[in-house]
Design a protein around this ligand. Structure first.
Ligand code: GRF
Length: 212
């Protein structure tokens, strides 16, 4: 089966992007990373992608001002020019409009550093510590117009230790992010994920509970 053509959208350091690129180096992996796009011209991840031999593009949001639709049309043009089939958000710090999300219905993935539906939004690690939760983690999900709310494809949990700093907890979560994002993309690229009633089924079964 032909490998799915994937683009990764980033804004920053791109460690999840690197995890996806590494996974896709294996010719048996069902997806190929064709393109990395950043809205930040100086994103560290752009250099890491280029060093890995991946084509990069910058679609800077600033020249578009408040015109999100125009920014997204520019993004969409680049994605179409490269015949992209699946899009992975990996630390992409722009909210996407319902128009863009609809273009990529069930083909747009995101990774969020929390066990959704807990801790949607930013500063998840600080909020998890403040809430004294015992477990925290990461979620890969399909993107829907409502932020951090789409059907869950994969989750992994990590313990929260007494005395954890935000940085220590973030590092523990990041490690599982780098594992589950390639796993989730594999499942989607292999066509094993269906959405039924707003939830994902994998090979017809409910998504397993968060592994650790
Ligand atoms: C990750 O924690 C990811 O879950 C969140 O943004 C961060 C991006 O990190 N969406 P990186 O750029 O992949 O290193």
């Amino acid at each position: 089966m032909a490998r799915k053509r994937v683009a990764i959208l980033i804004s920053g350091r791109g460690s999840n992007m690197v995890a996806l690129i590494e996974a896709a180096k294996d010719s048996r992996y069902p997806a190929g990373i064709m393109l990395v796009i950043s809205n930040e011209p100086d994103a560290e991840g752009l250099k890491r992608a280029a060093a890995a031999g991946i084509r990069t593009a910058v679609v800077d949001h600033r020249p578009f001002g408040k015109d999100r639709a125009a920014f997204e049309r520019a993004l969409q043009d680049v994605l179409q020019a490269h015949q992209i089939e699946l899009v992975c958000l990996a630390g992409f710090m722009r909210l996407l409009t319902p128009w863009f999300v609809r273009q990529w219905d069930a083909r747009l993935l995101n990774i969020h550093p929390a066990l959704l539906p807990a801790f949607k939004g930013l500063d998840t690690h600080a909020r998890a510590l403040a809430a004294s939760v015992k477990e925290h983690g990461a979620t890969v999900h399909f993107v829907v117009p409502e932020m951090d709310s789409g059907p869950i494809i994969a989750q992994a949990a990590v313990p929260v230790h007494r005395g954890d700093t935000e940085a220590a907890l973030a590092a523990r979560v990041l490690e599982v992010e780098h594992r589950i994002y390639p796993e989730a993309l594999r499942l989607v690229a292999e066509g094993r994920v269906q959405i039924a009633g707003g939830r994902c089924l994998i090979d017809g079964n409910p998504v397993p509970l968060p592994s650790s």
